[in-house]
Design a protein. Sequence first.
Length: 186
Amino acid sequence: MHDLNRVPIMDERAVLRAVGRMARELVERNAGTDDLIMVGVQRRGSQLAELLVREIEKAEGDRIASGHLDITLYRDDLRAIGPRPVIGTTKLPAGGIDDKAVVIVDDVLYTGRTVRAALNELMDFGRPSRIYLCVLVDRGGRELPIQPDVVGRHVEVMGDQTVEVLVPELDGRLGVDLVTLPKEAA
C-alpha cells in the first residue's frame, strides 16, 4: 500500500538504468578513466557514487578511486539546523585530489547550496584539474548559478512537493519518490 503523499517516479530498474547511462557519460566526458575520482556527498550521494564506481569498473575494467564528503560545517544554514549539528566524516582517496578529475555525486540538485558547500570543502583538500557535477535528479529551483554536467532525470516539482532518493543501505530500497508535503509543511 502506498502513502497517498508519496508517488514512486523511479523504481530500482529505472535508477540502475540511469546510473549506467550516467557512468558511460562520465567516462566519455573524461575521455576514459585516467585520474577519475568519484566523491559522494553524504548521505545518499555516497551510495550513488558507489553505484557509479561499480558500473564504471564493470564496463571499463579499471579501478576507480572514490570517497565522500560531509559538508555539515560548510553549510550556509548551519545556525538554522541547531546548536549541535551531527558531523560526519570526509574521506578522500589516499593519493589526494590534486590534478585529478573529481566527480561530485549528489542525489538531488535543488537550490545549489549543497553543491556550493561541497565545492568549498573539496577545495580545502587540493586543486583538481576538473570537477564534474553528477546528480541522479535535477528538480530545478536554483538559487545559485550551479548546473550539473550529468543528470539521471529531470523532474518538474510543484511548490508543495519534494523529491526523495531512496537507497537500500538507508531506506531498504533503491528508488526515487515524489512526495507531496502536508499543507502546513509546504
